[in-house]
Design a protein around this ligand. Structure first.
Ligand code: G4P
Length: 542
């Protein structure tokens, strides 16, 4: 009986989890929307303009910088709070494209994503990249078209562009209602009602009251004027007749996305978006593993590491490994096993690493993220499980780097320190460590998805490992993991402007001096298969 109620309790807790990330191009309004989430969830009381934005542009974690700027307490990798009965776990996705690999990894820990677009710009470069990662993982995506307090592109045109550029079906969930070009509310298609907002005097710092009216309410006709009212009614009628119809099943499988219009700055349309999002976004779902599908409600605890972050204190070389819980309940004090090494790992109190002044008193369950102190035994991609040494979750892929450099060391006596530093930083995922064969033995090459990662690398080698290293940039611009007969790999890699290397797991890769060279290689030899993610688990042919 007690066991049953514990299971019911676990099921209830998991059902209210919403673990997601926001994907967007810098400047679309991610920070502003995040602040509004915190505001609506009661985690902060007044949203305000975030200062020192420039500094944040280069931050590895937007939230760390936000924390410093705003004095609000949030953790480096996940922001969790309760809102209308839901436990929200919002995963950090650094805005700067040079840290996009961090963002890609965060998406492996998410159950859904919010795609934020600027109403004048629509799909931008970074949105497209991040979207493609979500699509591969079939994550449900909820679109919020932001900045509708200003006049932007025609909403239907914008939706059309999203469908064409991203290849996803979109249906309107809310529609902007304007009076003389100014947004006054949104039509909520599911409730067939209009939400009208009053513009506050505090520049969106607090939540505005919304008034619900029917579309044919005389008050609305009066507010908009007959002509504008007729136009809005016509637009909505057209949506019903000719537009894509709501299909929540297709949303759940990542094939369609509901589109909401609003303004994170003035809060217009944010409340209805959040309500619908929390309602429709999935709670943690069963995950694929080496032992078949694992149900989140199944005890015992299991999860995987999607991010390793150097601890804030450089004097101690311990790190925090962020674990997405996939099943069961996290209980401090228990002994779990790391599947890759078979080593045991004592699960320490998560609250030590979670929010600073908000106590994380309840236990963490599937869907949550816990930070584990680690002295080097965990790396990105590791599965951690109780009573199961063989379980493995696929899914924290290495993405192919776009920048490559050789490392030079002036003081050969620091070689060992350099090797150790490189090994640790590769485990954390700051860089990808590659080895190129040469007559003197394999020489290390470092690869990074964004160039700024190299700055982080040099800085950390210096501060944490006492290594003064220099980088010599190599003339390669893309890389692919490659599978096929060894002789064919060697032949393809021997052409001018290419180079064969191996990653730390011994998997062969080819570096190319241009995308074009890669395309040619793909056309020239059909025995080889190329991958832009390390081909373990779910790999997609590039
Ligand atoms: P990001 O995290 O995605 O990079 O975007 P962020 O929230 O920092 O917003 C980028 C800029 O867009 C900011 O202006 C912000 O105020 C503005 N913004 C965000 N949401 C809206 C919206 O709904 N409507 C309008 N009109 N603007 C919006 P800024 O000038 O860079 O900074 P600030 O001076 O406003 O602080």
């Amino acid at each position: 009986m007690a066991r049953e109620s514990a299971r019911d309790d676990l099921q209830r807790e998991i059902a209210r989890r919403r673990t997601f990330a926001i994907i967007s191009h810098p400047d679309a309004g991610k920070t502003t929307l995040t602040e509004k989430l915190l505001l609506y969830g009661g985690a902060i009381h007044l949203a305000g303009s975030v200062k020192a934005r420039r500094a944040r542009r280069h931050a590895t974690s937007d939230w760390l910088a936000m924390e410093q700027e705003r004095g609000i307490s949030i953790t480096a990798s996940v922001l969790h709070f309760d809102y209308q009965g839901f436990r929200i776990n919002l995963l950090d996705t650094p805005g700067h494209s040079d840290f996009s690999e961090d963002t890609y990894r965060a998406l492996t820990a998410a159950d859904s994503a919010i795609m934020l677009l600027d109403n004048r710009k629509g799909v931008e470069a970074q949105t497209e990249k991040l979207f493609s990662v979500c699509k591969r993982r079939r994550l449900p995506i909820f679109t919020f078209v932001n900045k509708c307090d200003r006049v932007g592109a025609d909403p239907l045109q914008l939706i059309d562009d999203v469908q064409k550029e991203l290849g996803i079906r979109c249906f309107v969930a809310t529609w902007p209602v304007r009076r003389r070009g100014e947004m006054v509310g949104v039509y909520d298609r599911l409730a067939s009602q209009v939400r009208l907002y009053e513009k506050g005097t505090d520049h969106g710092q607090s939540r505005p009251d919304a008034r619900l009216v029917e579309l044919d309410d005389p008050e609305l006709v009066e507010l908009l004027g007959e002509d504008e009212h007729a136009r809005v009614s016509e637009e909505i009628e057209l949506l019903e007749i000719a537009g894509e119809q709501p299909d929540w099943e297709a949303v759940a499988s990542g094939e369609a996305s509901p589109v909401y219009f609003g303004s994170a700055l003035t809060n217009f349309g944010v409340d209805v978006f959040l309500e619908r999002f929390l309602d429709q976004a999935p709670a943690p779902v069963p995950r694929e593993s080496s032992q078949g599908v694992v149900d989140p409600v199944a005890e015992p605890f299991s999860g995987f590491v999607f991010k390793v972050q150097a601890n804030m204190d450089p004097k101690h070389r311990d790190r925090v490994a962020f674990v997405r819980i996939c099943s069961g309940r996290f209980q401090a004090g228990e002994e779990a096993t790391i599947s890759r090494t078979g080593k045991s790992l004592r699960l320490a109190q998560p609250q030590e690493f979670m929010a600073r002044d908000r106590s994380f008193s309840e236990e963490a369950v599937a869907g949550d993220v816990v930070g584990l102190h680690d002295r080097g035994s965990l790396r990105v991609g590791d599965t951690v499980a109780l009573e199961n040494e063989e379980l493995n979750y696929p899914g924290v892929p290495r993405f192919s780097p776009e920048h490559f450099a050789r490392i030079h060391l002036d003081d050969p006596l620091r070689r060992k320190h350099l090797d150790r530093g490189l090994e640790h930083l590769a485990e954390e995922g700051t860089i990808l460590l590659l080895f190129a064969p040469s007559i003197t033995g394999p020489v290390p090459i470092v690869g990074a998805v964004g160039k700024l990662q190299f700055d982080v690398l040099l800085d950390r080698l210096d501060r944490e490992y006492g290594v003064d290293a220099r980088l010599e940039m190599l003339p390669f611009h893309c890389a692919r993991w490659v599978q096929g007969p060894e002789a064919a790999i060697e032949k393809t890699a021997s052409a001018y402007g290419r180079r064969q290397v191996e990653d730390t797991d011994g998997l062969p890769m080819i570096l190319f001096d241009s995308e074009w060279a890669l395309q040619r290689a793909q056309q020239d030899d059909d025995q080889l298969r190329y991958y832009d993610e390390q081909p373990t688990g779910i790999a997609v042919k590039a």
